[in-house]
Design a protein. Sequence first.
Length: 217
Amino acid sequence: MNEIQRAKTILKILNKTYPTIKVPLKSRNVFTLLISVLLSAQCTDINVNNVTKNIYPKYHRPEHFVKLGRKKIERLIKKIGIFRVKAKSIYNLSKILIKEHGGKVPRTFEELERLPGVGHKTASVVMSQGFGFPAFAIDTHIHRLAQRWGLTNGKNVTQTEKDLKKLFPKKNWNKLHLQIIYYGREYCKARDCYGLTCKICTTCYPNRKKPVKTLRA
């Protein structure tokens, strides 16, 4: 089975396993989606949702966070990892959105990635889940699974993104990003499947005997 055949098999399994999929991060609008994705770095979606459920009913626009100020933002998100760094990014990007974008979240990768604390992965999530633009957000978990499933030999998320975009139709990218994340959490865990037990691994590699070692992004 070559990588094109594996990609088709994987897509079929994922569509059958997750015919519909929910966005794991809760948000009120595109701006709060941006904030939640920024907060999710080195943090679980569950933890982000637990923190933001007490924030977004009252604070959900850039103007709200500028008025709060950095220190108050820190207090609101203190249960999240590296909260001081994230609070600084949230405060500064809120000011930029007001000054340069009329308080709106920009709709291009270039403008998003110029915002404090916003990298390509965060921009990809906002573009796909916020604006419905075809994007394939690659994090370390998807990078690991793509290697394990033989879809890439890339040593970083940039190469993995290029490889996956070549293998899967553009119309599937937005949903596929979430399907892979959910499948990895439920069936192909780093310290559980080892590339040997889940349906995708056993279907794509029926003769595999040894655990798969993957390269870190």
